[in-house]
Design a protein around this ligand. Structure first.
Ligand code: NAP
Length: 555
């Protein structure tokens, strides 16, 4: 028998983003005493923080929203096919307010440490306000891309102008009119920012280390009539997402790349290039992801498109990636990105040719030039997936630090649980299905599975759940195996755990962060595990005190 003391909460959720919001809704509905601790000043996660100009979905808006409430689906009108950050934050607030979820959230509460107490099977959380809170289960809804990373450049504190990472874009905005601005990085974030601010600034210097493949977003407004139609099709839309590998409405072309003529391939690509969203990536031939020759032919096609859109041939050439093919990392979708380089005030600085040396009081210094700047924007990405975990002192059985366990690469069971860390649950952890798919679809699936697990534990009076070492090894091996057939294994991107600014995450060593089997396969696996009575997970029994139910009811 295991001693089961009272805890402050039965469940503590860390993070009030897209995952945390849905997670707390389900916990409340189940009558579980739970709270959300959120480090930021309000809810919204990625959509609360990333307030840079141009920030918007790359998923179709109506596939990004929650599917759980018919009322929400009926009442919310997505105004654009790919909705922008302010609207997305309004949406999350609308959902939270509708179900009074804010009452169960605590803001400005950064969890600094989470320690498992073995003799009582509880978690102790240390919060930055000095409190220590206890709970039976801790649910990590801390985001995939929430740990921003800055370059390690000398003189960063010397700069006299404004400088910030895109994740911390000033909440009150910043007027860039007439300013000289430098932006470091050309990932998905910078590709959204550059064409918007190019219209305002006096001069824009883009410091590019490696170019990124990207293709048009082809955004548009959604009229009342179209939204009415979408509402009648929601069931089909979500079902289509569940059936597609990426969790999007886009499905791969069923034909083989080699079965069709070059003309037919070009016809498909011309069509996809003009269509909205990820079709150009996900409705393409499957070989694009796995076959070097097919990928090279398609990459050449996109390179030609870039040359057609950028007037200066040298600039066009610099914007075409040479070290990886199209789609082997998450594809940024753009609106007038390439046209921005046709503007006289936009300058591409190739820092492979002319390396960045330091930040000065007045700007940025490369080997060959000093750039005088009023503002420096660091669009330098994130320590993806495991980074947010590494910044909490998480200790499991035997006091073992999760950061140490995951130093080489994460190991998990289904991306949701970790051996040695009982009752620590992750609706969208490393190696889960959500990372490589349309996030909210993966998140809903993860939360639902965890709630079924908690219900199962309640029914059986279990108070402790931990995956076996073998189950974790098998799942991790499966995740690793899938990388072998994907060209993405060769890319320097967060899909392979690469981040040049984080020790141990530099190129040359793959960290297998992402499950690449696709949504249908992942969901089928989750169902199988649940149906087997959660094979691979060891449970421990009921509390000593028969009065105390393992999951306390708030009712
Ligand atoms: P990112 O794709 O990792 O790009 C970071 C950029 O910064 C890269 O160009 C990188 O160059 C550069 N960089 C990093 N450190 C540098 C250094 N020390 N010196 C010079 N350059 C440096 O990050 P991100 O653009 O923030 O995007 C991350 C992810 O967020 C995306 O993959 C996507 O999943 C998500 N996202 C989604 C949307 C959306 O539409 N929903 C929008 C934005 C972002 P190298 O490539 O040479 O390392």
């Amino acid at each position: 028998m295991v001693h089961s003391p009272k805890t402050d909460y039965e469940v503590i959720v860390i993070g009030a983003g897209v995952a945390g919001i849905y997670q707390i809704k389900r916990l409340i509905d189940m009558g579980i005493k739970a709270t959300v601790l959120e480090a930021s000043g309000d809810l919204g996660g990625t959509w609360y923080n990333n307030r840079y100009p141009g920030a918007r979905f790359d998923s179709e808006s109506y596939t990004y929203g929650y599917s759980f409430s018919k009322e929400v689906l009926d009442e919310w009108h997505w105004r654009e096919r790919f909705s922008s950050q302010p609207e997305n934050l309004r949406y999350l607030n609308f959902v939270a307010d509708k179900f009074s979820l804010r009452d169960h959230m605590q803001f400005n509460c950064k969890v600094e440490a989470a320690h498992f107490v073995e003799n009582s099977n509880i978690w102790q959380l240390r919060v930055n306000d000095g409190r220590t809170l206890t709970c039976r289960f801790v649910i990590m809804a801390i985001g995939l891309l929430s740990q921003s990373t800055l370059p390690k450049l000398d003189g960063m504190d010397d700069f006299k102008g404004a400088s910030f990472h895109t994740y911390y874009w000033p909440h009150d905005g910043i007027d860039l009119t007439g300013k000289k601005v430098g932006i470091i990085g050309t990932g998905a974030t910078a590709i959204q920012i550059i064409p918007v601010i190019a219209e305002e600034v006096e001069e824009l210097y883009v410091f590019q280390r490696r170019p990124n493949w990207s293709a048009p977003l082809n955004n548009s407004e959604i009229s009342e009539a179209e939204m009415t139609d979408i509402r009648t099709r929601y069931d089909d839309i979500f079902e289509a997402c569940n059936q597609s590998p990426g969790g999007f409405v886009h499905r791969p072309d069923r034909r083989s790349f080699y079965e069709v003529s070059r003309e037919e391939r070009l016809a498909l690509w011309d069509k996809l290039y003009d269509e909205p969203g990820f079709g150009i990536w996900l409705s393409n031939f499957r070989e694009i992801f796995m076959d070097e020759k097919a990928n090279a032919e398609f990459s050449d096609y996109i390179a030609d498109r870039i040359r057609q859109r950028v007037k200066d041939p040298d600039t066009a050439d610099k914007l075409i990636p040479k070290d990886h093919g199209f789609g082997v990392q998450r594809v940024p979708l753009e609106t007038n990105y390439f046209e921005a380089y046709n503007k006289e005030n936009v300058h591409l600085v190739d820092i492979q040719e002319d390396p960045l040396q330091r930040v000065t009081e007045s700007g940025l210094r490369t080997a060959a030039h000093d750039y005088d700047l009023d503002v420096i924007i660091y669009s330098t990405g994130f320590d993806a997936m495991s980074g947010a975990f590494d910044h909490i002192d998480i200790r499991g059985v035997g006091g073992d630090k999760l950061k140490d366990k995951w130093f080489e690469a994460p190991a998990t069971f289904l991306g949701m649980m970790i051996h040695g860390y009982p009752n620590l649950l992750m609706p969208n952890g490393p190696q889960s299905g959500s990372a490589s798919t349309n996030y909210p679809r993966g998140i809903e699936c993860g939360v639902n599975w965890l709630m079924d697990l908690l219900a199962y534990m309640r029914d059986h009076d279990y108070i402790r759940a931990e995956p076996t070492k073998m189950a974790e090894q098998e799942w991790t091996a499966e995740v690793v195996e899938m990388y072998k057939i994907m060209l993405m294994r060769k890319a320097k991107s967060w899909f392979t755990g690469y981040n040049s600014n984080v020790e141990g995450h530099e190129a040359g060593h793959i960290r297998h962060l992402v499950y690449n089997g696709g949504a249908p396969k992942y969901m089928a696996r989750l169902r199988t595990v649940a149906a087997s009575g959660y094979g691979g997970i060891e449970f421990e029994g009921e509390p000593a005190d028969p009065q105390e139910k393992p999951l306390q009811s708030t009712a």
